[in-house]
Write a new protein. Sequence first.
Length: 319
Amino acid sequence: MARLDETGIIELFVKTLGHPKSPFSRIGDDVPYFPSSGDLTVLKSDMLVAKTDVPKQMKLWQASRKSVIMCASDMLVKGATPLCFMLSLGIPRTYKTGDIRDLAKGVKMARDELGIEFVGGDTNECDDLVIDCTMLGSAKSIVTRAGAHVGDAVYVSGEFGLTPSGLKILQKGFEASAEFKERALQSVLMPKVKTNFASIIRDYATASIDSSDGLALSLHQIVESSNVEIELEELPFAKGVKEFAKANNTNADTLVLYGGEEYEMVFCVNRENTAKVERACKELGHRAIRIGVVKKGSGVFLNGSKVERKGWIHFKSHI
């Protein structure tokens, strides 16, 4: 198939996704626009680079979908409501029309899953696939990393360790049962965000952060911003992670704490609201998993031992 130029790429995206619904502007001008209210206008930009963020087994449509999902995760965990997004695409010269169509397909999937609008962007030639997603949303207020107080309970919105296990299977050939392998690979290739969980963050969280760079690093960023200590009471192991780790002679705690890419929410809640949070999560069909408590001091601890400050940080080594 023929290789598309910039105009053809834009036209293909418009053909695949259509124009935004009113009151958003149509795609094709220099900037998108829409009516604003008295709420906070929230912006988020997140970049996906194939070399560092895309396993070789991931298809192009899965990569473009992920670029939007990971941007939305950061916005939702602040209690904000995503409204629309733009994409800047760095596309290798070798990509054909079918490749561009696959990229558009993944963007459409993410748009439909999130229920928001795609309003345009930019394209350029690049040696590697680069997708920079800029998302705009609104919020009455923002839950920062700096609001944790002594006595708060520490929660996560889901279990950990499955995605790092999937990456070990893909990249290092680790062995797993068919059932566990399927779940682990799906968590890598098709990451999910809990869109309705933002209401829990808005109503109850004192501090929050997205876990995509790893649970340990997320916890450290909360304690550093809030000038507190977090004592972990338990780790939120995904089903089968301990058995997978044992079978492959690796450490299950390491997979849970330092792997990253889970796109779960890590948040603190005033002790008076813990029952309300757990009940509200159940009503939404989710779990709020309590993993620890905020204390006076500094650092993150598990069973009296310090949890290292590490996770996914670009230009550093990882697990």
